[in-house]
Design a protein around this ligand. Structure first.
Ligand SMILES: NC(=O)c1ccc[n+]([C@@H]2O[C@H](COP(=O)([O-])OP(=O)(O)OC[C@H]3O[C@@H](n4cnc5c(N)ncnc54)[C@H](O)[C@@H]3O)[C@@H](O)[C@H]2O)c1
Length: 342
């Protein structure tokens, strides 16, 4: 029988892609999500195989509901994606970041610890999804798992806190945890406030494409399907009780990404999209560079990212062009205004 997987935050960007990917592979999926502004409603999840997927609208803050579901499902694997994720919003107000990212994770792992027997806990796999941002701005060689966390934003600080909590429960209570720190993802279903969707959507509307600061900040980019495959490979291939960094190795500055998107779109629409690019006031505390050393994960799992940046961007652009209904829906939640200015 295929494994029973509980995914938290399965209606967000990575979650929607992961639910599609794993349900098509026959896993038995329960998606627990509070449904925030950034979530994709169920009506848009057309690729999901319904017989092995169910959705439950629950906030991780609601301990009783989470506990009830937990007892009912008895999952073999838990993938904790649920989080507030936009750095700019964490600058405007960090309350929800502390609640969901720290307290939400605590509730989940505490319920496991308090309600399951030691025998049941031993058989469980708790996969906590985190970010390269916990290491802060990286100036020297790419971040390794034993590097010190040095977060700069309320978002990354909340993620670093959650990582610490998860690790501590692993050590103290022998809960089989693994922490996966991913680089920046991009692909279908990413909420329009994030960088790559902003560039694509503003270009398609022939609106100004805003670039923070001088556009030289560097990020490592992974196509979301490669991220989903990396998560799946942890089910059987990693040693639990460990933390792994997972990046594509493809690092470049924001201006270069914006120009690549403009070039790809220009081939379709015969328009000079680059002329829409404008520099705008930088994000406060903007980390200059993220870079991950992914050797530990790659050596353990033999996983490799398969999608080149050019193919990934082409697929993403086509998805945004074809999914206007989804985009119209997101516009009701976010008008495109600048966030995170102080
Ligand atoms: N997107 C990236 O580039 C990236 C990179 C590295 C790590 N991550 C991590 O991956 C995870 C998913 O990121 P994403 O980009 O899909 O985020 P997202 O913002 O698109 O989606 C997050 C989902 O979590 C849900 N959620 C938030 N708080 C919740 C709560 N208290 N209870 C239940 N559900 C809750 C939201 O409703 C939303 O559907 C996050 O933990 C994020 O930190 C993302």
């Amino acid at each position: 029988m295929k494994k029973k997987i509980l995914i938290t935050g399965g209606s967000g960007f990575i979650g929607t892609n992961l639910v599609n990917y794993l349900s098509n592979k026959g896993y038995n999926i329960t998606n627990l999500d509070k449904i925030s502004y950034a979530s994709t409603p169920e009506i848009f999840k057309k690729n999901v195989k319904r017989q092995n997927y169910r959705f439950l609208k629950i906030d991780l803050a609601n301990k009783n509901k989470v506990l009830k579901i937990f007892k009912k499902i008895k999952p073999n694997i838990i993938i904790n994606l649920a989080a507030e994720t936009h750095v700019d919003r964490s600058i405007d107000n960090s309350d929800e970041f502390i609640k969901s990212n720290i307290l939400g994770t605590y509730n989940l792992i505490n319920i496991i610890n308090k309600t399951l027997s030691r025998k049941e806990i031993k058989k469980l796999k708790f996969i906590h999804i985190s970010t390269d941002e916990v290491y802060g701005s990286n100036k020297l060689s790419p971040s390794k798992e034993n590097d010190q966390y040095n977060p700069s934003s309320p978002y990354s600080a909340s993620k670093a806190s959650a990582n610490h909590l998860v690790k501590s429960f692993g050590i103290t209570f022998n809960i089989p945890i693994t922490i996966l720190n991913f680089c920046n993802n991009y692909g279908p279903y990413q909420f329009p406030e994030k960088f790559i969707p902003t560039v694509i959507i503003n270009a398609l509307k022939k609106k100004v494409i805003p670039i923070y600061g001088n556009g030289k900040n560097i990020r490592e980019w992974i196509f979301v399907e490669d991220c989903c495959k990396a998560i799946e490979s942890t089910f059987s291939k990693v040693k639990f009780g460990n933390e792994y960094n997972i990046g594509s190795g493809y690092r470049t500055d924001n201006l270069t990404i914006a120009k690549m998107i403009c070039k790809l779109l220009g081939k379709v629409e015969k328009y000079d999209f680059k002329k829409l690019i404008r520099y705008v006031k930088d994000r406060p505390g903007h980390d200059f560079r993220y870079a991950l050393n992914s050797s530990k994960f790659k050596n353990k799992t033999k996983w490799k990212p398969k999608t080149s940046i050019e193919n990934g961007l082409k697929e993403t652009i086509n998805w945004y062009i074809k999914n206007k209904k989804w985009f119209k829906y997101t516009q009701k939640k976010y008008s495109g205004s600048r966030l995170g200015k102080i």
